[in-house]
Design a protein around this ligand. Structure first.
Ligand code: HXC
Length: 268
């Protein structure tokens, strides 16, 4: 689908995306690139990264792929430094890396719980923490008056309670809380805007194929306000909006992009 935004809305910006080699992260990387940004994509799987890089390059996007695991502080540091080395600055950090599986609470080991917390919550904080010196106003490659921006990809699972998702719900609740705390502290001190996006069910993603029960497809018309799954494009457009100057007064919010699903109930 054609973007409603001008193609130079992110011109001159450099974005680093964790989980940028596939799924929602990859679509955000693509749209950032198509709107003028240079992009660095981080992921654990070399093959996935290589193929993502060549797809982006074939669209004329300036891109590098950097292997790394957000659970490792040294990987976070190395990837951020490589981004700076390659592109000279960092303007937008997108934390899209996530781990997930369906399991009931009784059968989930504490280590399974911790693994998802480590990827989603601690990983998000680690990336933000390591990127701070480059995102803050006056940081390397940027002027004295403007800071960069952070986008944390969240979910709506924890607004109520979701079956078999105790670990992810807890992890995304922490992510939303990190978004607010950093928006307060780093918005005030460093002119860095920190926001989140909470996608609903998005077609053609690992989240959907791993998690979505068949019946979401079959019964969605009964309870989904817009009667359809979202597209990765919908999340990427929200990301372009929040990361661009169009969102310059938005700080500390998590934008729900789910067609109204989380608040809906079946029709009686
Ligand atoms: C129960 C499980 C499990 C499962 C792993 N564990 N899979 N427990 N059911 N299906 C437990 C293991 O037993 C182990 O605990 C601990 O978790 C760590 O497992 P590892 O396999 O060693 O972890 P690792 O290889 O690091 O893999 C991480 C992962 C994996 C999260 C388990 O699925 C992953 O890397 N996924 C990344 C890609 C992904 O899932 N993306 C989709 C995100 S979708 P013990 O106690 O045995 O040591 C998304 C959408 C959210 O986030 C919103 C939806 C609406």
């Amino acid at each position: 689908m054609e973007s409603p935004f001008k193609p130079d809305i992110l011109k001159g910006k450099v974005a680093l995306l964790t989980g940028g080699g596939s799924g929602i992260g990859f679509e955000i990387a693509t749209q950032f690139g198509k709107h003028g940004a240079s992009v660095a994509i981080m992921g654990r799987r070399k093959q996935v990264l290589d193929s993502a890089v060549s797809t982006l390059q074939s669209q004329g996007i300036r891109v590098i792929g950097l292997e790394g695991d957000v659970r490792k502080k040294e990987d976070a540091m190395r990837v951020i430094e490589s981004t700076i080395k390659h592109f000279g600055r960092l303007d937008i950090l997108v934390n899209a890396a996530a781990g997930n599986f369906l399991v009931n609470a009784e059968d989930l080991s504490p280590n399974g719980f911790r693994t998802v917390m480590d990827i989603d919550s601690v990983g998000t904080f680690t990336m933000c923490h390591e990127a701070l010196k480059y995102l803050k106003k006056g940081g390397p490659g940027r002027g004295p008056s403007s800071g960069g921006t952070i986008l944390n990809i969240s979910a709506t699972l924890h607004y109520t309670a979701s079956w078999y998702q105790i670990h992810v719900s807890a992890a995304k609740a922490a992510v939303d809380s990190i978004t607010r705390s950093l928006a307060l502290e780093w918005g005030t001190d460093y002119d860095i805007r920190v926001n989140g996006i909470a996608p609903g069910p998005i077609g053609d993603t690992a989240g959907m194929s791993k998690l979505a029960p068949e019946e979401i497809g079959k019964k969605r018309e009964e309870y989904m306000p817009l009667y359809k799954l979202g597209e990765k494009w919908d999340i990427a457009m929200a990301a372009v909006y929040l990361a661009s100057d169009a969102g310059k007064y938005i700080n500390g919010t998590t934008l729900i992009v789910d067609g109204g699903l989380w608040l809906s109930r079946p029709r009686h």
